[in-house]
Design a protein. Sequence first.
Length: 353
Amino acid sequence: MGRKLTAYRMEDLKRIERAAIQRAESAKTAQEIATIRADVLGKKGELGTVLRSLGSLSAEERPKVGQQINTSKSRIEAALEAAMVRVEKGRLEEELVAGRFDVTLPGRVVTMGSPHPLRIVERDVIATLLPLGFTVAQGPLVEHDWYNFGALNFPPDHPARDQQDTLFVSDEVLLRTHTSNVQVRTMCKQKPPVRVLAPGMVFRRDELDATHSPTFHQIEGLWVDGHTTFAHLKGVLRRFAENLFGPETRVRFRPSFFPFTEPSTEMDVSCVGCGGTGGGCRICKGTGWLEILGAGMVDPAVLEAVGYDPEQVQGFAFGMGIERIAILRWGVEDIRLFYENDVRFLRQFSGNP
Ligand code: DAH
């Protein structure tokens, strides 16, 4: 009797196995395969039912049937696994056929941008000065007369204030003509010591041509502290020139005038084209020198205007045109190229000299 029961169970198992494998082989979707798995191998599945009936077998027969359950189970698992691989492959092929991927299409080239040459110069100027303790500040482009002129010691009738030079928005509001407004704004809200760099856009009433633009860029530096002298100005600016143009660079300071500095100076660097020999050099027009920036000791009137005590603190400031430096560095012949956004021009600048 026990033997007979075992034979039934063994037959049941073989039948379950065959049927499951057949179903797996004809399954068309992952969903179908999951259903077969649940029907056969699941908790309440067909194999489970046989497993639960093992109790009715003799202790001697039980392991035999148990072993067959395990064998069938792994064969069914293998069939389901194979079915899964087949179905997945078919799905990919179908997608290809349906045209979702056309492997013969050319790839899409991702073009990389590069920094704008004016940004490169701005970044390099800032990078050479940050180690000396400067931080970077921004200020408004549309500015009150007082920050652009008044506090900077421009007399009311100064020619720069003329409608010819400055773009006025209203009587007392204008587009800033230099980044020096940031000096004033910084000193108004901060006590000395001050070491600040102000890069940005400035505006003048100029016609656009190869060498002029009504919009251009400057970067300004301001250093205010106790016991600051012209020697500090020269030391900082010489270091700056050597870092920006190379260690061989020589500098010279010529007397100049700005309303907001006294004394004022202009700094020249030895020509980047001829190394200062002049001769037939086109870049420096044979002089061996290039004018790079204006600078000077902050006028006591400016310190007073922002509420500093000129007996306690002194300072120096400097300002330069970013376009001018870029033109010299790369030999750009027309300033308009910087603003036209022609990628054939812009692509040539990688940020490395
Ligand atoms: N603001 C001047 C200009 O636009 C440049 C300049 C000169 C800035 C001397 C300064 C300075 O801070 O000290 O031409």
